[in-house]
Design a protein around this ligand. Structure first.
Ligand code: MLT
Length: 283
């Protein structure tokens, strides 16, 4: 996965941009980074323009020590689109990436050609859920990211993957351990205060596909069904034997769903891109 960097909204953001055609922007889960999309990038960038981004607080992007909000992450994605000269894209958000897509859609619906909401939910956190976020932030602060990996891995992957696929478990652990505490705690606060997106669902007018792992316990199939019922025209795909990180556990099925949906939306054409801004002169 190649790395490119830009400076936007006061911080450095790392991203990768490969292939040509319809732009597909992938937004990762908490507390991971854009390398969770490595299998999607490999398979899809021969037909589409695949953009993955380390959201603020994650991976190689800056993790400033200050307040985080999902609106701010949506603004970062919007600024990245401008930087890349992309007018409209298909967006794929998994879990926290999906929460950010709801924020993005509220502010920038005209930039959305289609949505794929994977292993995510529209509801806000319950009071108990918010308390859980607070406890996790304290754990991150006192014990560090590896304690967060211990807590999160059983929620992200199926028991079968944990038992028999050590390379996936190690990849997830590495992503979590590379985060800074400021980013982990910041995102927990941002997710805790996100609004209920149920009232937004029937206002979503772009083509939408919902994906969920059959064994996802963090955002179960019942949450996915609710979104599919309320978003006009949305369709639901359930990936058998996958848990929360369905794209990592069953990449072929996940890629097939994304590729078929993207092909239905049409190949990238000139209306998807804008003239790129001129690079700064070297004086
Ligand atoms: C994620 O995968 O992004 C998280 O599980 C989302 C959450 O904690 O609500």
């Amino acid at each position: 996965m190649n790395s490119q960097y830009t400076h936007l909204n006061g911080i450095a953001i790392a991203y990768s941009d490969q292939g040509t055609g319809l732009p597909i922007v992938f937004l990762h889960a908490f507390p991971l980074n854009r390398t969770m999309w490595v299998q999607q990038e490999g398979a899809l960038s021969s037909h589409f323009r695949v953009i993955t981004v380390d959201l603020r607080g994650h991976g190689e992007s800056d993790a400033p020590l200050w307040r985080y909000t999902l609106n701010q992450s949506a603004d970062d994605v919007h600024s990245l689109l401008d930087h890349l000269g992309i007018r409209q894209a298909l967006f794929v958000g998994l879990s926290m990436g999906g929460y950010i897509l709801f924020a993005f859609y509220r502010k920038y619906a005209a930039r959305v050609k289609g949505l794929i909401l994977a292993d995510t939910r529209a509801q806000a956190d319950t009071e108990e859920g918010k308390q859980g976020r607070f406890q996790m932030a304290q754990t991150a602060y006192t014990k560090g990211p590896s304690a967060i990996a211990d807590l999160m891995i059983p929620k992200l992957l199926s028991p079968a993957t944990i038992q028999a696929r050590p390379e996936i478990v190690q990849h997830v652990r590495t992503m979590i351990e590379r985060n800074q505490i400021s980013g982990i705690a910041g995102d927990l606060m941002a997710m805790a205060e996100r609004p209920d997106s149920i009232p937004l669902l029937n206002q979503i007018t772009c083509p939408t596909r919902i994906i969920v792992g059959e064994l996802d316990q963090a955002t179960p199939p019942s949450d996915a069904k609710l979104m599919a019922e309320k978003i006009p025209g949305a369709s639901l795909a359930i990936i058998p034997a996958a848990a929360h990180l369905s794209n990592l556990e069953h990449p072929e099925t996940f890629n097939q769903i994304v590729s078929a949906f993207a092909s239905e939306l049409g190949t990238g054409d000139r209306t998807d891109t804008m003239p790129r801004p001129a690079p700064p002169c070297n004086l």
